[in-house]
Design a binder for this molecule. Structure first.
Ligand SMILES: Cc1ncc(COP(=O)(O)O)c(C=O)c1O
Length: 382
């Protein structure tokens, strides 16, 4: 048994580790949230979020996790009985289905094989069956490590039904992969603080297009806390309807400032490189990856353990023996895979460290993996 590691290593797809700069920025006195001090902070956060989203649209932030942001999108644009399509490529697609159903929205749950992206041809065929109010899907499906082609899916909607809303859950994809809200004509885009923004969980953000505002005017889903109308009154002042989570907003400002300093293209290149590093190491060990190379997520990689080893066992031993936290398989993938997060404040050496631990673990468990091959392949990429 190796000696116990004293340093905890967080390798899950959110929450991600938090840079000291962000933690320090959050260590801030509370300020009046209806005064000019807070307005200045909020206005900077809004400007930075618009930069991240690539949009001129209005963005509202809510004190909620990502799921709250998904619900914001649904209740503000839809009415009970509305027909919508959910492109369901994993657990978070299923979550969109559940939220819609909870509000009586008539959902066409278009499911794809786990590990595969949404197929635009299938979407087109569904759109040809009749008008829908909205199409909802994930930019990045965190449960399977698959990146959807948002641009093509959005174009497919526009080509077939000009007025249908395109609602994108970009909670784990925002700033890990390119997303152009205005250029791709996306109506509502949801993000969360705890992913590539490198901030603790607790803030969601939604962007709202003119088409989405129009839908809001006739939307009949019950709402109060989430109602855009209440936020709209406060937003021009740099305020929010409810008391804002100030510490997290100081964190958002710092996390976003760091990303802007690094530069968007560099941030995307970093995520892509770390994805490839992770996949190279896994492949060198002969491990099966759930997503193929063309649709692999830059945020998280879903990996099958060596034959005869359970994914949950890998996760438990990684934590107990090495103090490395990897993520489990979710839903029907439980035990079949484990997931390594490489978004946010995670770097190449963290991934190599995780593979070093995995390789020792596999050896102890008697797996027939080539000891050291994963780490070596990854090191050669540096
Ligand atoms: C793609 C995606 N959507 C939604 C969520 C839900 O976010 P939360 O757990 O913050 O409610 C997550 C969380 O991991 C996610 O990855």
């Amino acid at each position: 048994m190796a000696r116990k590691m004293i340093k905890y290593s967080l390798m899950i797809p959110g929450p991600t580790p938090i840079p000291t700069r962000v933690l320090s920025a959050m260590n801030h006195d509370m300020i009046g949230h209806r005064g000019p001090l807070f307005s200045a902070v909020m206005k900077e956060v809004m400007e930075l979020l618009r930069w991240a989203y690539d949009t001129k649209n209005e963005i509202f932030i809510y004190p909620s996790s990502g799921t709250g942001g998904m619900e914001v999108a649904v209740v503000n644009t839809l009415s009970p009985g509305d027909k919508v399509i959910v492109l369901n490529i994993g657990n978070f697609g299923s979550r969109f289905v559940k939220i819609c159903k909870a509000y009586g929205v008539d959902v066409n749950d278009v499911k794809f094989e786990r590990g595969k992206p949404a197929d635009p041809a299938v979407l087109e065929a569904e759109l040809k069956k009749g008008p829908v109010k909205a199409v909802l899907f994930q930019q990045n499906e965190t449960s399977t490590g698959v990146l959807n082609d948002v641009e093509t899916l959005a174009k497919t909607v526009r080509k077939n039904q000009l007025d249908a809303l395109v609602i994108v859950d970009a909670v784990s994809g925002m700033m890990a992969a390119p997303l152009k809200t205005d250029e791709w004509d996306l109506d509502v885009v949801v993000s969360g603080s705890q992913k590539a923004f490198m901030v603790p969980p607790g803030v969601s953000a939604v962007s709202i297009s003119a088409r989405a505002w129009k839908a809001h005017a006739s939307s009949k889903c019950p709402k109060h806390y989430w109602d855009w109308a209440l936020m709209k009154e406060e937003a021009p002042k740099g305020h929010t309807y409810t008391t804002p989570p100030e510490s997290l907003i100081f964190g958002m400002r710092e996390g976003l400032r760091m990303l802007k300093e690094e530069g968007k293209e560099n941030v995307f290149a970093r995520h892509k490189f770390n994805r490839d590093l992770c996949r190279t190491a896994a492949k060198a060990l002969g491990l099966k990856l759930l997503a193929d190379d063309a649709h692999a997520s830059p945020a998280v990689t879903a990996i099958s353990p060596p034959a005869g080893i359970d994914g949950e066992e890998v996760r438990k031993l990684m934590r107990e023996d090495f103090n490395v936290e990897v993520a489990p398989g979710q839903g029907e993938l439980k035990s079949k895979i484990f997931r390594i997060g490489h978004l946010g404040y995670v770097d190449s050496l963290d991934i190599i460290g995780a593979f070093a631990a995995l390789e020792v673990l596999f050896k102890r468990l008697g797996a027939k993996t080539d000891f050291g091959a994963g780490v070596k392949a990854a090191m050669e990429m540096l």
